[in-house]
Design a protein around this ligand. Sequence first.
Ligand code: ACO
Length: 376
Amino acid sequence: MSEFVPGLAGVVAARSAIGFINGLEGILRYRGIRIEELAEKSTFEEVSYLLLFGKLPTATELAAFDAELRAVRAVPACVLDILRALPATGHPMLALQTATAALGTVNPQMDVSDRAGNLRATYRLIASMPTVVAAFDRIRKDLPVIEPDASLSHAANFMYMLNGERPAANVERLIDVCLVLHAEHGFNASTFTGRVIGSSLANPYSVVSGAVGSLSGPLHGGANERVLEMLQKIPSVDAVEGFLDHMIETKQKIMGLGHRVYKVKDPRSHALQTLAKDVFETQGGTPLYAIATRLEQLAADRMGDKGIYPNVDFYSGLVYEGLGIETDLFTPVFAIARVSGWTAHWLEQLEDNRIYRPTQMYVGEKDAHYVEIADR
Ligand code: ACO
């Protein structure tokens, strides 16, 4: 009989050559390249190519790939109509999940043995996520939807479609680095969800729509907006200790801390902390950054021996907050980045596919009988 492993912790479910994580040393590599190096030198478009094709593009390859993405940023009118029909109070992650599935009805890619069609769907998914997120935000605020601008980079175009203004170069770079940092992370819950869906040979819009749903939960990508809400409830740096004591006594999880794989501070968190500091230094002070660093320090003293340190979600919300992005858009911004990782994993899954079908340990009744309703 097979061993029961709750949460599949440590279970090897596939071979993959996309993302490498060393959780004890805090190392993350995409296709062998350290995340710190990519955050400093690369762009989201280039990283997406790297994840999808397994190598850095030449200048010509990158230009062609970028042009493919820019050409399919717009979403069809019927998808915008669906977004308009949704309640303005609905969470943007649900709107994104809905719109992603809807995109598949317009451009179906049902035969996943067609590699060229799979790549076209991949480009469309990566290119249209920012358009959907920005459109939903504007629709719910009763603002006109802004068409994508093909002269702008992926990051700049997202901020333009969201705010109606072309972002300054430093804002564009900040968002771009955030997208690079969030693009891939091995067999996390949402990527695994996508691979499971893909393993049934379902179409890529179902793969990504399912992955969006998985990312939205508070134990995964949904933690980033909850971190900000949590920090906002702590009135001052002096109040952090009492807050932490209360959380530990009442056995509540502190959002943005802890990770299944990392037992040291997540390398992405180091990079995002630096970005958050930069944003606050340029945009003016806020107590939130000081509250966050105090919480990190006290939590390390109390829970460091359990390997509980900041994960990617701890500082990312502070960066987005500093850039004026709505709190409930933080996880959609994560999805805009992670779609490159999801699609890279989907393509990899298809190369050597076997449907995921684990087993269970049955603990229910063994020999029950039907009881007539009148006799129950
Ligand atoms: N705050 C307080 N205690 C924690 C935290 C936390 N954030 N995270 C883990 N712990 C404790 C648990 O209470 C448990 O303690 P115990 O052994 O005394 O019972 C121990 O550490 C192990 O925790 P698990 O929840 O079993 O660890 P698991 O690997 O299953 O979960 C997870 C990892 C979900 C990330 C967890 O650390 C967590 O819930 N963190 C808060 C939510 C969060 O920030 N999620 C984003 C993760 S990054 C990402 O997905 C993009």
